[in-house]
Design a protein around this ligand. Structure first.
Ligand SMILES: Nc1ncnc2c1ncn2[C@@H]1O[C@H](COP(=O)(O)OP(=O)(O)OP(=O)(O)O)[C@@H](O)[C@H]1O
Ligand SMILES: [Mg+2]
Length: 511
């Protein structure tokens, strides 16, 4: 940071009112050259709203101001210097049907069905170079809708970092790491540190507090749209941040109770895509975790068990009844619930309301004799679940797309838990969820276990696997390379197994 110089970005007493809700309330913050500023806060505290105002998506209320430092080193109105701010939005903002080349603003989209997209070899090469900075290679001419979450994130990041006008531009990242695994996070952080070291300012939003401590110089904490802390990170630790964000201490879940019910889900020898010859017996009242790096097969397993991804060979049985590959309605009929990682693509319908999303998978219990839905019962039940997951704001008729990312995830979890499934398949259940809500969701999962549900949790978050699971299967190259029992379960052990450093030591008792 250059002492005495004007900040690159100055937000002064910024407010934003949505109908019936003050999302931001006189927020002020500065970002200096070379500085990484984390913006933290619970789901719905206003972080993305702030980003959207900076990006010109929303207009702020009258009264506050946003200023950006110009080439002469003086602060100027935001509207005169918009091109100096660069963004990676929470939903990445990519066009799924377009290729990486096109999403990077290179080449021209295809002019209709059957036409090949128009981009030159030079444009393809340039796109390859931009993503190669992140240590990855993939087909830059394929539609980005078919890429993995990590690859999509990298396209968004590469795009934001491409249009730099000066070294001291400002880069704003809204939860860029939710879809990324350890190695990819490191690549991203190296890139962010490089741009900060060359004089840029960075605004970084994340719910992963360890990441914040390792990357950010300063943390600004929002609670209900107000700044409640603005601190150098060296003066904060994990627990202090939790308290600032949640407004209280948050305890870990208490994983009590045995795990010895009868088998509910039996899988023998299934394969498909990256997964080879997978078998599992999942018991009632048991939480089994699935770990593994991106590409290990971990991300495909739950969809395959549910029938949403094709599988070959073997058998999947729920309570003695065989489920055919690809038959998701048979799975639902047998009491299987599936919460996918990407809630936008499979878990939720953004244009429907909270109430509709909650009651969508099964309206049967709410139907009266004549087939009409009992609206009052539906609303009462919606309110109960909103309370259970601490939905903010607790508005049943709000379309899901107007909720913050973490609150959308809570609705998706509630919608499946409500059905009291026999088998619960969870993929990244707390991705993008704040520390308080994460604890609430973990409690719900443990409550489901205690009431006899068989739970499978696939997660890239090793801490989550350790705190939640009775045992964890670790995938590598499509196969389970180790099974770690609760007594041996530590983050260090999981990370070692995920990297394949310890493949032979299935019964490691040294920790
Ligand atoms: N277009 C909109 N209309 C009405 N309310 C909105 C709109 N966009 C956001 N909100 C509300 O504003 C509040 C702040 O939302 P925002 O997306 O900024 O939260 P966030 O801090 O980014 O949360 P998360 O961590 O879950 O992403 C929320 O209560 C949200 O429901
Ligand atoms: Mg957000």
């Amino acid at each position: 940071m250059i002492a005495g110089s004007a900040p690159l970005l100055r937000v002064h007493e910024l407010s934003k009112t949505f109908p019936g809700l003050k999302a931001l309330d006189e927020v002020s913050l500065d970002v200096h050259a070379g500085e990484v500023v984390a913006v933290l806060g619970h789901n719905g505290s206003g972080k993305s709203t702030l980003v959207k105002i900076l990006a010109g998506v929303h207009q702020a209320d009258a009264g506050g101001s946003v200023q950006v430092r110009n080439a002469e080193g003086r602060l100027t109105a935001w509207s005169a210097a918009r091109e100096e701010l660069h963004f990676i939005h929470q939903d990445l903002g990519l066009a799924d049907i377009l290729s990486t080349v096109e999403n990077l603003g290179l080449g021209k989209p295809a002019r209709g069905r059957g036409f090949a997209p128009v981009h030159t070899a030079a444009e393809r090469r340039h796109a390859q170079q931009l993503i190669a900075r992140f240590g990855v290679r993939f087909d830059v001419t394929a539609p980005v809708g078919g890429l993995s979450p990590a690859q999509r994130a990298i396209v968004a990041i590469a795009r934001a970092m491409d249009g730099w006008t000066r070294q001291d531009n400002v880069l704003v990242l809204d939860e860029p790491t939710t879809a990324l695994h350890g190695d990819e996070v490191r690549i991203l952080f190296d890139a962010v540190r490089r741009v900060a070291a060359s004089g840029a300012g960075v605004v970084f939003i994340s719910h992963r507090l360890d990441e914040v401590l390792s990357l950010a110089d300063r943390a600004v904490v929002l609670r209900d749209g107000r700044v409640v802390a603005d601190e150098t990170t060296s003066r904060l630790d994990h627990d202090a941040m939790v308290k600032l964000i949640a407004g209280r201490e948050v305890a870990d879940v208490d994983l009590t109770g045995g795990s010895g019910g009868p088998p509910v889900l039996t899988v023998s020898g299934i394969s498909g895509e990256e997964i080879q010859d997978f078998s599992l017996t999942l018991h009632a009242g048991e939480i089994v975790g699935v770990g593994g790096l991106q590409g290990s097969g971990r991300e495909q397993l739950s969809a395959m068990l549910f029938g949403a991804r094709h599988r070959r060979g073997g058998r999947v049985e729920v309570a003695g009844r065989e489920l055919a590959s690809g038959d998701t309605s048979a799975a639902i009929g047998s009491g299987v619930a599936y919460v996918p990682a990407d809630r936008r693509r499979g878990g939720a319908i953004m244009d429907l309301t909270v109430r509709e999303n909650l009651t969508l998978p099964s309206l049967r219990p709410l139907r009266r004799r004549l087939g009409r839905i009992d609206r009052r019962a539906e609303l009462a039940e919606t309110r109960t679940w909103m309370r259970v997951v601490d939905l903010r704001p607790p508005a049943p008729e709000l379309p899901l797309k107007l909720l913050s990312g973490g609150n959308q995830q809570k609705v998706v979890m509630a919608k499946w838990l409500r059905l009291e499934p026999r088998v619960l398949l969870l993929d990244e259940p707390t991705q993008g969820v704040d520390v308080g809500a994460k604890a609430a969701i973990h409690e719900l999962v443990v409550a489901a276990k205690n009431s006899g549900t068989a739970v499978l949790v696939c997660s890239s978050d090793t801490k989550e696997l350790v705190s939640l699971c009775d045992r964890v299967l670790v995938f590598k190259d499509g196969r389970v390379i180790s099974e770690v029992a609760r007594a041996q379960l530590t983050e260090a052990r999981l990370v070692r197994d995920e990297l394949g450093l310890d493949a032979n030591l299935k019964t490691d008792n040294t920790e």
